[in-house]
Write a protein that binds this ligand. Sequence first.
Ligand SMILES: [Zn+2]
Length: 156
Amino acid sequence: MKYIETPKTTQGCIFCSALADSDDVTNLVVARGERVFVILNRYPYTTGHLMVVPAAHQPSLEKLDSLCRAEMMEWVACFIQVFEAVYHPQGVNIGINIGEAAGAGITDHVHMHVVPRWLGDTNFMSTLGMTRVLPETLEDTYQRLKTGWDEFKGKP
Ligand SMILES: [Zn+2]
């Protein structure tokens, strides 16, 4: 039954592809750590919507080691502060969807969403078909958050 032991493929995984590639701008990778990295969501719920992703290709939190889980949470805390410096949000949503039934778009590689929120933001982001209208481009968001991270003093 050797095939069962074969590691799940990372081919076609957008997180593993982004991690393996050196072009962080194209891939929207904002920051890289020892066990985690931070990447913008290409289909953001609000401006600044990013994801803290473990380097390990695993479908769920319990498959990660505790150091990795701790680093994920540490980076979430850092990026809340980067949000505060760059976007001054009035709130932040943090969430993980594990499994298709829970709403995970990518089920094979667990990731933590970090979404800045403003009062009434669901009103000004009118929805046109499947396209959300956002007040700035992904490229602008990337540059602002990258600069915010570069200037952030509390890195782990
Ligand atoms: Zn992956």
